[in-house]
Design a protein around this ligand. Sequence first.
Ligand code: PMP
Length: 468
Amino acid sequence: MSAMNKHQMNQELINLEQQNVHDVVDLNLKRSEAELRELDRKHFIHPSTPMKKFAETGPTLIFTKGEGIHLTDTNGQRYIDGLSSLWNVNIGHGRAELGEVAMKQMSTLAFSSTFNSWSHEPAIRLAAEIAKWTPGDLNATFFTSGGSDSNDSAFKTIRHYWMLKGKPEKTKVISRTKSYHGISIGTTSATGIEEFRTFTNSLSPNFHYVESSIEALEAKIEEEGADTIAAFISEPIQGAGGVNIPTENYFKEVRDLCDKHDIIFISDEVITGFGRTGKNFGIEHFGVVPDIITIAKGVTSGYAPLGGMIMSDRLYKDLQDHSQGNYFQGYTYSGHPVGTAVALKNLEVIKEENLIENIRARGEQMLEGFKQIQKENADIINVRGIGLMGAIEFKREVGAEAIGPEIVAEALKRGLILRPIMYENQDTLALAPPFVITEEEMGELLDILNESIKVVQEKSTTEHTFLH
Ligand code: PMP
């Protein structure tokens, strides 16, 4: 046996250790695609997935890598991530600087509690940073683990607030049809898209829905009685419900009604927060300041799970003044050190790279592209967009099949991921690419989109002709 000095032995140990680390990683990567599919099919219950079909097919795409606006799957195929995954990977994939911040934070202070008035620097700094991004006097943030938690926290906090204010009968929450506010019992109950509510048969009481006109809201307030209504919640631009942009004065009138009737106005900015629409927050397009803004997704660009409920100074102060006991609301991961550190870096990237300017420019290009596509296609009844959030809507007769899913399948073959939206008899394609998309990449996205639409329409015309 050759003699090793101490240094060589140490080096050998380090090599072995590194080899072990790589072995572990490699072992995972070395599983064949077929094996991964089988393990997935057997063991992994997927969110928002048709269960029966999944039992037969298993996963459709297994991603291995993300870079910029692209995702790569196990076959090495690259896709443009046309929806920033779940409207969340806003600064794009593969940003090593966020990984570095996460690693540093994990090795310094991976976790400590923020319950019972304990604190740590990343959460403190993020709460202060968020106050710089928000409109008006929305300056105080309660952190959560995601969007559903943020809206649930708002509902509970507001009901508690009205109890403290001596108005415990103010419990009802009004939301809009086609809205999406989350998946917990409370937020499913607040969600205006009916399919989410009929999925289960026992929801939270005291949630009501209105069409998106001021008359409908006024009538609902009248019908239920303002003294029973705690809050009104709305996305500034509805996302999951079809990228629906309200009329110009809608939120001004909402604000007036809320003021008149002592109703708290919650703006759900889980998708629209931190630049997506070309302004810091979507509600800023409409010139009003809500009482509460809820956030998640874009605050970390999906690099760590994190959400929050941001309150106005007025509301927070009033709550503090009236509060007697404990604030019985808190998630283990409220203000997670890694999540908040990653969020700080994410917001820095958005600012330093002037991404909101890019959102505006690329958003205009996207909408212009949609308009060109519409010119060549009589079945498109509407195109819309605000910043990097857009949609193309096709005509759909009641009860007819939507063509969106077919277009999505064709686009996928050509390397573009889109989302079809079919709630409430719509036939809509939604797009929300990452903020870092370049002019050339947007051009490519639009070309694939156009071609995919044409292919599907030609197919359906041929089938139509054949049938007759
Ligand atoms: N609100 C809105 C507007 C959303 O789009 C979403 C998620 N799509 C949520 C709330 C729920 O967020 P999460 O999935 O993080 O719970």
